[in-house]
Design a protein around this ligand. Structure first.
Ligand SMILES: CC/C=C\C/C=C\C/C=C\C=C\CC(=O)SCCNC(=O)CCNC(=O)[C@H](O)C(C)(C)COP(=O)(O)OP(=O)(O)OC[C@H]1O[C@@H](n2cnc3c(N)ncnc32)[C@H](O)[C@@H]1OP(=O)(O)O
Length: 303
């Protein structure tokens, strides 16, 4: 187990928490680009860039929220709007989620939205997390995650909502639900999602230890479907999308929906209770203290 936890990783410990292997620092600015060809339809909010190729029906949704694409309320709102527009757009048949930031797919939920705020903010934030999961887990179009960097916690959850996951073959990258390492508990629908992805026994170990997997280990347990050199992540995602597109949409869509509906319905049935649980859990002094220490450690960490 220790080998799985730590192999090849430079973890930094603080109390019971461990960080992902680091080494990368990020600029805080980004350059937006626009395509002018009539077959391409690009839009860009501040954190999400959408490039829809009308000739293939494939949209690339790129996260561009430096430094680490953390899922803040703003990020989640912009992503939700972009996904909604694409779902309504008949010229789009599939969406590739990927990152425009070096070495990071997404650092997961923005800890600043869970720290030092009031209960109303926590409730609004949590509903937006639920909303993006509900949207993606029941998305009618094909979704592929092009995981070109580390992908902890909420980042891993988002990748797991996709129909297929392709990860860059870089041993410094990690993916997994590491919530217990932060002293928090993954909600039941995070758990359902990982159980549906890797099976119950692997999910038990994964969740209790808060395991973060290298790309090759993630492939072994089925957390990702393919590992390819980083420069091939997007082209492989496009090729895979073409294979999905060869299947009649209605048959694929109904199959996906039948497989996922019970999991989606469970959150819908308990959505309000889940929000209340989150607000009461995250507002606890002990949890706030842990998150505060974790944030300080993140900021002080120099590698
Ligand atoms: C009973 C149950 C009832 C209810 C349920 C209750 C609770 C469940 C609640 C929550 C579930 C949460 C899921 C989550 O997603 S929590 C977030 C988990 N994410 C992490 O642990 C990732 C932490 N980050 C890292 O490990 C690293 O930053 C990295 C590997 C992603 C990137 O490393 P780098 O070396 O490239 O970059 P850094 O220098 O570390 O970071 C740059 C910068 O970004 C800040 N930052 C990093 N991650 C986050 C984050 N998730 N949120 C906010 N900010 C983040 C970091 O502090 C640095 O800031 P400064 O530039 O120093 O200001």
């Amino acid at each position: 187990m220790a080998a799985v936890l730590r192999r090849g990783a430079k973890f930094i410990s603080f109390g019971s928490s461990q960080l992902l292997p680091g080494g990368c620092k990020h600029g805080r600015t980004s350059t937006l680009s626009f395509f002018s060809s009539s077959n391409r339809n690009s839009s860009s909010s501040s954190k999400i860039k959408v490039d829809l190729d009308g000739s293939t029906g494939i949209a690339v949704v790129k996260f561009q929220s430096p430094p680490v694409n953390s899922m803040s309320l703003d990020f989640l709102t912009e992503l939700s709007i972009s996904l909604e527009k694409l779902e309504l757009d008949k010229s789009c048949r599939g969406v590739i989620l990927t990152s425009g930031q070096p070495k990071i797919f997404s650092a997961g939920l923005d800890i600043l939205d869970m720290y030092g705020k009031n209960p109303e903010h926590y409730a609004e934030f949590w509903k937006s997390v639920q909303d993006i999961w509900l949207k993606l887990y029941s998305y009618s179009k094909i979704t592929i995650a092009g995981i070109n960097g580390s992908c902890p916690a909420g980042g891993c959850l988002m990748a797991m909502t996709c129909d297929y996951r392709i990860m860059a073959d870089d041993p410094r990258y990690r993916i997994g639900l590491n919530e217990t390492q932060l002293g928090i508990v993954a909600p039941f629908w995070f758990m359902d999602t990982i159980v549906n992805t890797v099976g119950h026994r692997t999910a038990e170990l994964s969740l209790q230890f808060g395991l973060m997997y290298s790309p090759s280990d993630a492939l072994k347990i089925g957390l990702v479907d393919q590992v390819v050199p980083e420069e091939k992540v997007l082209s492989t995602a496009t090729e895979t999308m073409t294979q999905f597109m060869a299947i009649p949409d209605h048959a694929r869509e109904i199959s996906k929906s039948m497989l996922r509906k019970p999991t989606v319905d469970r959150l819908l049935a308990f959505r309000d209770a889940d929000t209340k649980n989150f607000v009461s859990f995250i507002s606890k002094d002990s949890i706030q203290k842990s998150l505060g220490m974790y944030l300080t450690m993140l900021k002080q960490r120099k590698v």
